[in-house]
Design a protein around this ligand. Structure first.
Ligand code: DNO
Length: 395
């Protein structure tokens, strides 16, 4: 497995020389400054690549080449947007970059309600509280239908939270919910979010799937020709949110994606933390079932609460069996090597991390601190090494 690290370019307070000290050799990044839907110019890609290589890394995965909301909504003349996506892929391929992570979540990307929840032995983690999300939907956004999406306990706790919350706490909740959107574009305030949600009125699960299938039909053949591997990131959390359908949340959804256009170029990002937030998802089993189409792995763990809340645990703690998952990925790599597949090695990155030690107060991107992720990487590296050692294979 290739150890990689997500770097946000100039938006990141963590520098490439710092990342070098983690031992990771791959960089995962994007041209975050380019608005969604526009072509990534070839010279800009080349310049970013040169900078990464000068620091001693390879640019192994693009995360993300985002999909414009109009494609997700199936709205208007989409031909220019599809053409732009294909052109960006061609420009990346011309620079030797062949793996692209993206998502098909309407409006929001990953969603949390607390960016600095305390961890028992010190430091903070990202947390999704079902009561706070319910409070946001019902009382701040005024979406009465959201009542149907939460348990009675969560609704009760939501009402209490909202009564007691200060203005600053409500503002922090909105900021936390928006924090998952990478780069500088498309963050919403409450009125803006209401307007954006209106754009999705009438788009149910089937309609969203139809729009997704159309996107895949438009870009996967070009990806195949370019030797490009697309890998969709699962929904985070893996459930409908704000009344918006989410269609990449379960084993069945992933099957649908992979068969919508049945091509090796149409693959997945196995994100253990996203999938693991739903107790119905057996993440190692999903990895085994989709193995040949996994082009990238995000490794992290979550601890779930009965009311639908969850928080990010240390990488080897939490409810997902990380050792079994890594074993499944290594088995797939061995299968690929045996059949001579050129992409036998799967890049992974330690996904998210607790803010600990000198991370605290540094102001790094939420979920992406230096020391917390370094801890995660070191733990994962240990598992990979141990499971790859002949002594364990024959034990
Ligand atoms: C969260 C990330 C996601 C991911 C996108 C891919 O930390 O894993 O934001 O980058 O969903 O498009």
């Amino acid at each position: 497995m290739i150890e990689s690290w997500r770097w946000y370019g100039d938006l990141d307070r963590i520098t490439l020389p710092e990342i070098a000290q983690t031992g990771a050799t791959g960089i995962v990044t994007a041209l975050h400054e380019i608005p969604y839907g526009e072509v990534w110019p070839e010279p800009d890609i080349a310049a970013r690549k040169a900078r990464i290589e000068a620091a001693g890394f390879h640019w192994v995965v693009v995360e993300s080449l985002p999909i414009h909301e109009r494609i997700k909504r199936g709205e208007g003349d989409l031909a220019p947007l599809f053409a732009n996506y294909r052109q960006s892929m061609a420009n990346l391929a011309a620079n030797g970059i062949h793996t692209i992570c993206y998502n098909f979540m309407p409006l929001l990307d990953w969603t949390r309600t607390d960016l600095a929840a305390p961890v028992a032995r010190g430091g903070t983690c990202l947390r999704f509280s079902a009561p706070r999300m319910a409070a946001f939907e019902l009382f701040m956004l005024g979406r009465a239908e959201a009542e149907a999406d939460y348990s009675p306990q969560a609704l009760q706790a939501a009402a209490i939270w909202h009564q007691q919350a200060t203005e600053a706490e409500r503002a922090a909740l909105l900021a936390a919910i928006m924090a998952g959107l990478p780069g500088a574009f498309d963050r919403y305030d409450v009125p803006g979010l209401r307007r954006a949600l209106k754009g999705y009125e009438g788009i149910n699960r089937d309609a969203l799937r139809a729009n997704y299938r159309r996107f895949l039909q438009e870009v996967v053949p070009a990806a195949e020709d370019l030797g490009m591997r697309l890998c969709v990131h699962p929904d985070d959390p893996p459930r409908d949110i704000l009344g918006l359908p989410r269609i990449v949340s379960s084993a069945a959804d992933l099957d649908w994606v992979l068969s919508a256009v049945d091509s090796p170029a149409n693959g997945i990002t196995l994100c253990s933390g996203s999938l693991g937030a739903n107790p119905a998802n057996d993440v190692p089993a999903i990895a085994r079932a989709t193995a040949s189409r996994i082009h990238f792995a995000h490794l992290r763990n979550v601890r779930r609460d009965p009311d639908g809340s969850f928080e990010e645990a240390a990488h080897l703690d939490g409810d997902t069996d990380m050792v079994a998952l890594i074993a499944a990925l290594l088995a797939e790599e061995a299968r690929r090597s045996a059949t001579g597949r050129a992409d036998a090695v799967i890049p992974f990155r330690p996904d998210h991390g607790h803010e600990i030690l000198s991370d605290i107060g540094r102001g790094t991107v939420p979920g992406y601190p230096l020391i917390g992720r370094l801890r995660g990487l070191a733990e994962l590296r240990g598992v990979v090494r141990a499971l790859s050692h002949p002594a364990t294979r024959h034990a």
